[in-house]
Design a protein around this ligand. Structure first.
Ligand code: SF4
Ligand code: SF4
Ligand code: SF4
Length: 481
């Protein structure tokens, strides 16, 4: 829904009234994509400018330009007005900030002196701090618009020392499990088996390719290359920060980013705030009816699930080979219902054991890639040095190191050269601060990369590819400063 009211009160709404950077795109995928997102929001019943503003500031938030509390505060009133609720995950930081302010107020009131003077001083202080906050927000928005993805804060790989020195896998903070992938682009041959595997597992509707493989040519490599792109399951996910009803969320136990299909209201704000373009809205009736989804014929309903404790619920879901609800009883797997947002889930019902022990720790796209004999996708806990992705990384680093050392008769490399240093690894748009949990091995697409037809077309596997035009225009070079 567009905002006809031109007397917009927000600082960076994009309407041009108050925003000095209105003509410059905040979105990493560029101005045209931003415009497309705006038009897309116009087709929903929700406030377009609120969605655009929040997406813009979510980009500033993940770069550490503004705080969670400031972000929450800035949009709280508008979100409540639009959705009757504000359940964004930033509320905790906001409440903490308020508690601190209350404490400071209490100190002022109890610190002696005339109470009327203190109250007057307090009013002045509070309005001053709000003005400062809003000023900072404006500056952050401008910096983001001008600086784009050049600002790199909090997004770099967290070095973990092991036998090779700094590990390029990334967020190895050892704070519990973090599921993710290492994808070796050198092994991918563009067969699209992973795309098919994901569709079969999740019954996604035509055009909703949660797994997407781009074929491209790049001047620097002069050969056909592939970029295998699921959702990046970002640790610092901007899509999550803007969801007014907290349908988009990160699971505590394994760090995967999911959508609670029963909570999602289809506002599409997450789609605008995602820098990677991996969200697919389920416009119409899904191709696969609900009762054909795996496990949907289980002898239970949602209400009875809610009454059960964790153990009972999980046992029931496992017995029914449930492929819909995760272990908390939230419908967050398989294709979404009509009017709800979908994207790659990292197959949570497999991770929860509902598809049998042998499927735990696997995802359908990896299984399909393995079955095709390519083994380009390696899924697992990227915080665990013994997981498949981490072991694979070590193996590849050793191979590269041994190969180059042999070629140079061991003379060129001094003690400071480690196997990791010989490995070409990257994460997509890492400088944004999203902290993606997909690590790629191989060459990063350069600014001159051009999308081309792959060896297997999407038509050949019976799938609509409505992403090509977008990706051709926007993805390549998006991360270049
Ligand atoms: S890549 Fe996935 S987790 Fe990251 S912002 Fe986009 S939708 Fe969210
Ligand atoms: S579309 Fe759904 S998941 Fe996305 S922001 Fe809106 S309510 Fe949240
Ligand atoms: S992890 Fe699961 S949902 Fe994601 S692309 Fe692979 S098969 Fe699809």
């Amino acid at each position: 829904m567009s905002k006809d009211d031109s007397s917009c009160g927000r600082d960076s709404c994009g309407c041009g009234e108050n925003d000095e950077t209105a003509d410059e795109s905040f979105h990493p995928m560029g101005e045209d994509y931003e415009e497309e997102m705006r038009e897309m929001l116009d087709d929903t019943e929700y406030d377009t400018e609120l969605g655009m503003d929040m997406a813009e500031d979510a980009m500033a938030l993940i770069q550490g330009e503004i705080s969670e509390a400031e972000f929450h505060d800035k949009y709280n009133e508008a979100v409540v007005e639009e959705f009757d609720v504000d359940d964004r995950p930033t509320v905790d930081a906001f409440e903490e900030m308020n508690a601190e302010e209350d404490e400071s107020i209490f100190k002022k009131l109890t610190g002696g002196g005339d109470i009327a003077d203190k109250l007057a001083g307090l009013d002045a202080d509070t309005s001053q701090s709000r003005r400062d906050t809003m000023k900072k927000m404006g500056a952050a928005g401008a910096a983001l618009g001008l600086g784009g993805v050049a600002s790199a804060q909090g997004g770099s790989s967290d070095p973990k020392d092991d036998e090779y020195g700094a590990n390029p896998v990334g967020d190895t903070s050892d704070e519990g499990t973090q599921l993710g992938m290492v994808i070796d682009l050198n092994r991918c041959d563009g067969c699209l088996e992973c795309v098919t595997g994901c569709i079969e597992e999740n019954n996604t509707s035509s055009g909703a390719n949660w797994m997407y493989v781009l074929s491209y040519e790049d001047e620097s490599t002069e050969q056909e290359n592939f970029l295998v792109r699921p959702c990046q399951h970002c640790t610092n996910a901007p899509c999550e920060k803007v969801c007014p009803v907290r349908a988009r969320h990160t699971r505590d136990k394994d760090g995967i980013v999911l959508t609670n299909y029963e909570t999602c209201i289809g506002c599409r704000y997450c789609q605008v705030a995602c820098p990677y373009g991996v969200n697919y809205f389920q416009w119409g009736e899904p191709d696969t009816p609900f009762d054909e989804l795996m496990g949907a014929d289980g002898d239970y309903d949602e209400d009875s699930l809610k009454e059960m404790d964790y153990e009972q619920r999980n046992q029931l879901l496992t017995e029914n080979n449930d492929h819909i609800y995760d272990e908390r009883g939230m419908w967050s797997d398989s294709r979404p219902p009509q009017g709800v947002m979908g994207k790659c889930t990292m197959c949570p019902t497999r991770q929860d054991g509902h598809s049998g022990e042998e499927k735990q720790g696997t995802v359908a796209c990896m299984e399909a890639c393995d079955a095709a004999g390519m083994s380009a996708i390696h899924f697992g806990d990227v915080n665990d040095p013994e997981s498949r992705p981490r072991q694979y990384m070590r193996q590849r680093a050793e191979q590269e190191f041994a190969r180059d050392t042999e070629l140079d008769n061991g003379e060129q490399w001094g003690e400071t050269v480690t196997p990791w240093a010989k490995l070409s690894a990257f994460k997509l748009l890492e400088d944004l601060g999203t902290r993606p949990n997909i690590t790629y091995l191989g060459n990063q697409p350069g600014p001159e990369a051009e999308q081309v037809e792959g060896p297997v077309s999407y038509e050949q596997i019976g799938v609509t590819d409505n992403r090509k035009e977008h990706l051709d225009q926007y993805t390549f070079g998006a991360g270049d400063d």
